[in-house]
Ligand binder design. Structure first.
Ligand code: SF4
Length: 749
């Protein structure tokens, strides 16, 4: 049924430029507000990202706003952890009591005994980092290690800033390597198809024939987790066939000769059995990218999710782009650098107040050095020298999540006693869910900031009700990593007794002795965002004016050719193919092959027991991670979880379409329904991520609240220390060993 038209002449209706909050794209919306109530949300036709469109998630903003499952007031635990018994209290009481408990823990065990984790926060994670730095703990962490952070840091180590902006309008080819925007980020997909109409070629490298692969000129169906082998073989082909940009490599790169020598061993014949591609497919795909210059290799999460193979794979991909001279050229990948004309997140984080002594205690920083203080400190210093601004620590410098769970459970190297989870259910979104759930049950003091009651919130001592889209302003600035930002207003004040995450961290900080003038000079987000915008010199007197009068978008002047005169923003002024930053941290300067993402995956006994290869972690509509499962209009579209299996394999295993099946790895098993598709190789399985069942009634003492271990793909993922990438610390969601079998009658749920 179509919606009745809004009477735009009705003076009692205000059209407010707001922002969608259901994925990182932050599309522009228009919220129509009458008498303090949002009556309609539509896509903003003037917003450059979505140009009026909204996906199914964006279209349920009103359902989300006042959903009956939303937590509307702070909850304090009564009775045993996990019993689901709560007392409703005020924000003041909750913040007072949480602060009091944290004060005691800090006095007894040091500030590092508090850890905080984030998830799908799309703005203001700097406030969490600011709080933690002022509190004195280095143990902020994130599941963003699975999403862009290793890529950003390794590419920055190589060329001085990640060239993550693509000039697709002028590109002759775009390579999507482990990205599926057709199922996750629809505005990107539209841009790609528009460019294809103008003649751009599209290559998709993905084990699955996805919605995006269906649009490709070439689909490269590599074996999950073999991206490193393919990238090394591409380097071998491009260099061996003299397809690289000789002038660029001579004048603007260091280490080319050593790279050329190093990759001689990685021939297409060598890579073929590792990738399940033929040598011809490998050669043809490398040639297609190299011969269609300028071109872009767009970022996709796949390489960030391959555990111990991730860092080297990302490094190799960065070198392919570099030796082709496809950085900072028209039609190539663009290194915008930080936003120099506005305040970047790093300037809000108070990183300098955290002492060297506390930085050294960051969990995991002794093992995984690039995305923790040792590597971040190095990269931050170089960026401050070259650019004059640094990437945000909130994302790029994290305690290693698997190390935090271990510290909670085993007290090694010290006990983490308190955990605050903000905008994340770690059981769904971090690796090896059973370990995570155990850690949440065991941690001495747990606070969650949430929309809903989840399996994590259930074990909390306090649950804080967090405001969402429409109830808060949003600024989308890539955390200061790019030169563009968009912003939207809050359409209404938070409903009920909800508050924002900024309000939570500020309120807690003030109660712990942080100063309201120096440390937290802004009383609300709008005041802080005005500080972000103010240096642009725009003639505005408030953040809301920036949205209403200027349109909520800002783009710095940017000269992509400046590097020709000024050099690259690295210590040598060149693209460092052999990375001095990685070498200084004790890693190989050139990408070197390591085997499958899971440590034991090549053991013959394991291969026999777990004959199939699992890939997971990819997004799918209409959900974003584990969000929106409460919204029945979206669950209607996807009532059950499905995994992809080739019909040939299914037949051998006696599996029919829609059968509930167990998918099992060395860490556990989950059940999903079978989707038989030729779009996946016979040796490969793909599982959907994020699944839980918020509709389930809780029973006291339940081991699997809301079925969070039943169909959740992270029960299967690998996050032991040996499985993690030695460079970045990310864990493995792709290329894992698994087996599949039917759920027996009566066991389907
Ligand atoms: S892609 Fe969809 S969920 Fe993401 S911001 Fe846009 S409308 Fe919202």
């Amino acid at each position: 049924m179509s919606k009745p038209p809004i009477d735009l002449n009705d003076p009692s209706i205000e059209a407010c430029k707001s922002t969608c909050f259901f994925c990182h794209t932050n599309c522009g919306t228009i919220a129509y507000v009458k008498d303090g109530e949002v009556i309609r949300v539509e896509g903003d036709p003037d917003h450059s990202t979505n140009r009026g469109g909204l996906c199914s998630r964006g279209n349920i903003a009103l359902k989300h706003l006042d959903h009956p499952d939303r937590i509307n007031t702070p909850l304090k635990r009564k009775g045993e952890k996990g019993a689901g018994q709560w007392e409703e209290i005020t924000w003041e009481q909750a913040l007072d009591e949480i602060a009091e408990r944290l004060k005691v823990i800090r006095e007894e065990s040091g500030a590092e005994a508090l850890a905080t984790c984030g998830g799908t926060v799309r703005t203001d994670d700097w406030a969490r980092r600011r709080f933690m730095n002022l509190f004195g703990s280095p143990n902020s962490f994130h599941n963003a290690l699975l999403c862009w952070i290793p890529t950003f840091m390794i590419e920055t180590a190589v060329s001085g800033w990640s060239p993550f902006g693509a000039d697709l309008d002028n590109a002759r080819i775009a390579v999507l390597w482990g990205a599926n925007p057709g199922a996750s980020v629809l505005p990107t997909m539209r841009t790609l198809t528009d460019c294809q109409k103008k003649g751009m070629k599209l290559m998709v490298i993905d084990p699955r024939y996805t919605a995006t692969a269906a649009h490709a000129d070439l689909w490269v169906p590599l074996r999950p987790g073999s991206d490193l082998a393919l990238a090394l073989a591409w380097l071998n082909v491009i260099i061996g066939e003299y397809l690289y940009d000789e002038d660029f490599c001579r004048d603007y790169c260091t280490g080319f000769d050593e790279l050329a020598e190093h990759v001689k061993q990685y021939t297409p014949q060598w890579a073929a059995p590792l990738t399940d591609l033929t040598p011809t497919q490998i050669r043809e795909s490398a040639r297609m990218y190299a011969k269609n210059k300028p071109g872009s290799i767009m970022w996709g999460t796949s390489m960030d999710q391959q555990g111990r193979a991730s860092g080297a794979a990302i490094h190799a991909r960065a070198l392919i782009r570099a030796i082709m001279g496809n950085i900072n050229v028209t039609g190539g990948d663009i290194q915008t650098g930080p936003g120099l004309e506005f305040m970047v997140d790093e300037e809000f984080e108070c990183n300098d107040v955290l002492s060297e002594e506390q930085r050294a205690k960051q969990l995991g920083s002794d093992k995984y050095k690039l995305c923790t203080w040792p590597g971040y400190g190095l990269i931050r210093d170089i960026a401050l020298d070259t650019w004059g601004a640094a990437p945000p620590s909130e994302w790029m410098c994290e305690a290693n999540a698997p190390s935090v769970w271990r510290a909670i459970l085993e007290g090694e190297p010290y006990r983490v006693r308190a955990l605050i989870c903000c905008a994340t259910n770690p059981v769904n979104s971090y690796g090896d869910s059973k370990v995570v759930l155990e850690a949440l049950k065991k941690v001495e003091f747990l606070v969650t900031c949430e929309y809903w009651m989840t399996s994590a919130a259930l074990y909390a001592d306090y649950v804080m009700p967090i405001a969402g889209a429409l109830e808060r302003p949003v600024i989308h600035n890539n955390y200061g990593c790019a030169t563009v930002f968009h912003g939207g207003r809050r359409a209404i004040s938070p409903l009920h007794d909800r508050g924002t995450d900024f309000q939570f961290w500020r309120g807690l900080g003030l109660r712990l002795g942080q100063d309201d003038e120096e440390d937290w000079p802004w009383e609300c987000e709008e005041e802080a965002y005005f500080d972000i915008v103010y240096p642009t010199g725009l003639e505005i007197e408030s953040y809301d004016e920036f949205v209403d009068e200027i349109g909520g978008s800002y783009s710095s002047d940017f000269n992509p050719n400046a590097w020709r005169e000024e050099g690259f923003p690295t210590r040598s002024g060149k693209v460092e193919l052999k990375s001095s930053v990685l070498e200084e941290l004790g890693y190989p300067g050139l990408p070197t092959y390591v085997g499958a993402p899971e440590a034991h995956a090549e053991d013959p006994e394991v291969v026999e027991s777990f004959p199939l290869i699992l890939t997971t972690g990819g997004g799918f509509m209409p959900f974003h991670h584990s969000e929106e499962f409460n919204i029945k209009e979206l669950r209607f579209l996807r009532p059950d979880p499905y995994f992809d299996i080739n019909p040939e394999t299914a037949q051998k295993l006696g599996i029919k379409k829609k059968d509930w099946c167990w998918i099992e790895t060395m860490r556990g098993r989950i059940k999903q329904r079978a989707c038989l598709t030729n779009g996946i190789a016979p040796n490969t399985i793909y599982t959907q991520r994020g699944w839980w069942y918020p509709e389930r009634t809780l029973t006291p003492g339940e081991d699997d609240p809301f079925g969070v271990l039943e169909s959740n793909t992270n029960v299967l993922t690998a996050a032991s220390f040996e499985d993690c990438d030695p460079i970045s610390g990310t864990w493995a969601c792709r290329g894992l060993r698994c087996r599949v079998y039917k759920v027996q009658e009566g066991g389907a749920r």
